[in-house]
Design a protein around this ligand. Sequence first.
Ligand code: SAM
Ligand code: SF4
Length: 352
Amino acid sequence: MALKPWSFGPQARRFLATSVLDGHQVGFDLWRHLAKHAEFYCRNQDTWNLALDLGPPCDALTPMRERSILSRVVRSEGDAASGGKLVIALPGNKQIETAIVVSRKRSATQPTICVSSQAGCAMACRFCDTGLRRGVDLPAWAILEQVLHAEAWLQRANLTASNVVFMGMGEPLLNYSNTLEALNLLCRSHKTTLSTVGVPPLRRLAAAAPRNLRLAVSLHAPRQELREELLPVAGRALKLEELLSIVRGFEESTGFGALIQYILIKGVNDTEEDANQLAELIAAHLRCAGINLIPYNPTQAGSSFGYQSPSDAACKRFRQVLRQRGFNATIRFSTKLGRSWSAACGQLGLEG
Ligand SMILES: C[S@@+](CC[C@H](N)C(=O)[O-])C[C@H]1O[C@@H](n2cnc3c(N)ncnc32)[C@H](O)[C@@H]1O
Ligand code: SF4
């Protein structure tokens, strides 16, 4: 495949030359990513050295030959046309997971790449299997390479992703500087959404994030005490009102309403009264672009608390209350297939 004359320096071009030795048939979007990566790697010698444990200075990238992309896909589940999961090995054999959701709205196919920011997560939310493992921060390149691998995978079905969401393994704001580094590149080419449980670095992000970043907040409860029950961090870090006021500031500085995420757990937070309280809370504090209701996906973590998925009817009732109060509320039903690959929300991270 012929190289395009990229306007980066010679080191970056050499990086590109080596990155195609394995003969990937990559499309234009992926090339653009590679080019950005090249720029990124050449700027970040420290990250590069650390990752490879070899210590080549930037000038010595050429001998790297076919291992220019540091991570590799060790397994994929599902298929490119309908979505799936990639298990990706990093140098040193740590494994991370990237989910790819392919949704169809009318005739348009919209793939979304769901990246991990950490392997494991220290937040230990009661319903999430990622939280069963302590969080290890991923370097920025490992976040970016998930997009590369996912793009290459999607190309089997002639698809490209325009959306990237930080909704895979980990709490992105606890890996603040690497996440910001990755966001600065990704927001140039993809509609990018960062999902957070709401931790203090959110204040810094509001000032530093690219202006077109979208924010999703995992709220899950309309009351502080219920939130603390579900998310242990809610009792230690930002209280509900404080969190909402930071999110409001974020909405003002970016001009985009935040997306509210709300897991629905049978008999825990799924009553009509909960829905009404949620509507009041959000209306009082936020502009809010929409409310994403996520029926609880069965997990090992959640089963130890007896959590169960709500019925479809209960989810729809909850949604109806929110809609009647004027909110754009949607239910994110995970496909049976997605659950069987353990690629659904909260199910990533028990392997590897
Ligand atoms: C895995 S988290 C990653 C991003 C970030 N740590 C957060 O909590 O927003 C992405 C979303 O998955 C949701 N989630 C986690 N476990 C879940 C489960 N068992 N069922 C449904 N959603 C779940 C989270 O609440 C969050 O909204
Ligand atoms: S829901 Fe998010 S913050 Fe909570 S344990 Fe899972 S990944 Fe971490």
